[in-house]
Each structure stands twice: as structure tokens, then as C-alpha cells.
Design a protein around this ligand. Structure first.
Ligand SMILES: [Zn+2]
Length: 163
């Protein structure tokens, strides 16, 4: 299939990596968990090859996440390529919050993928994760204040393919 502009990607996640994210989320409860995905962009999709947990250094980790600076910097320069960010919503659905959208410009320029996980409330075992994937899309938007052009970012839901 030919690549079209604006074509929706699929995110491919090995089940072992999804399991690592899931375990990290449950181990971090009741706090929000966070981390990054490393991988590569391929034709028609993005393939994750590794999940790297990162310490949540938010002052209020029950309701927010902030990546530990030193660990984040190490990931920027790591192999394979930094490709996305993961965090969890322990108490709510795995959809981007207003706070998430506000924090997005701080790192979105380096990433293509945004994942949010939540404990599955229908799973009695407390071991299953609901996982949503979003593609980070940038659009140039002019600001009226000083006529500066700054990028703004959107999160587009994309299908996850756990392999
Ligand atoms: Zn969030």
C-alpha cells in the first residue's frame, strides 16, 4: 500500500513489552507510572522494541507524572531510537487529560507515539491493562502575541497491534 500523507500508522508492540509496561504500572500503584518506548519507524507502522521505565518525579505522583531528567536524557541518546512515551492513569480511563495536553509541547517534538495505560476494572486479577495509543501530530500555528510561529501538537488515536 502506498504511503499517503496523513495516513494512519499502526503501532506494533511485542506482547513481552506490553507485559513489562503492565507490570511497571501495577508495581507503581497507587502512583502514576511513566516510561519511554524505543523502536523504529517502518513502512506503514511504528515498531516498539523496548520499554524503559522512568522514575516519576512529579511532586504529586498520585495524579501527575514527570520524567526524571537524567534518565530521560539518557533515553534521548540511546539505541534503538526513542519513539514514544508511556504513562498510566491509575484512577481514570486511559485517555489524554487536559494536563497531559498542556504538558505535551515539552517533549512532543522528540516523539511520535503516546501511550496511556489503566488497570482494567473488569479484570478481577488486577493484572490486566487497558492500553490506548495515540500518534503525536504537529502542526505549525502562528501565535498572535509576537507573531512567533510555534508548533502545536495533537494526539490522534491509532490502532495497537500486540504481536
Ligand atoms: Zn495522563
Amino acid at each position: 500500500m502506498a504511503a499517503l500523507h496523513g495516513q494512519q500508522n499502526t503501532f506494533y508492540i511485542p506482547s513481552s513489552v506490553e507485559q513489562e509496561m503492565c507490570e511497571h504500572m501495577f508495581l507503581s500503584l497507587p502512583q502514576e507510572a511513566c516510561g519511554v518506548m524505543l523502536g523504529e519507524t517502518a513502512a506503514g507502522g511504528i515498531r516498539i522494541s523496548r520499554f524503559q521505565p522512568i522514575r516519576n518525579v512529579a511532586p504529586d505522583p498520585l495524579h501527575h507524572f514527570a520524567l526524571d531528567g537524567a534518565e530521560w536524557i539518557r533515553c534521548i541518546f540511546s539505541e534503538p531510537t526513542l519513539i514514544g512515551i508511556f504513562h498510566s492513569h491509575p484512577q481514570s480511563k486511559p485517555v489524554p487529560s487536559l494536563e497531559d495536553m498542556r504538558a505535551l509541547p515539552a517533549f512532543a517534538g522528540l516523539l511520535q507515539m503516546y501511550l496511556i495505560g489503566s488497570p482494567d476494572p473488569t479484570s478481577g486479577l488486577r493484572s490486566h491493562m487497558l492500553l490506548n495509543g495515540y500518534q503525536i501530530e504537529s502542526s505549525k500555528e502562528s501565535q498572535d502575541q509576537e507573531q512567533q510561529v510555534v508548533p502545536s501538537y495533537n494526539l490522534l488515536p491509532v490502532p495497537l497491534c500486540v504481536t
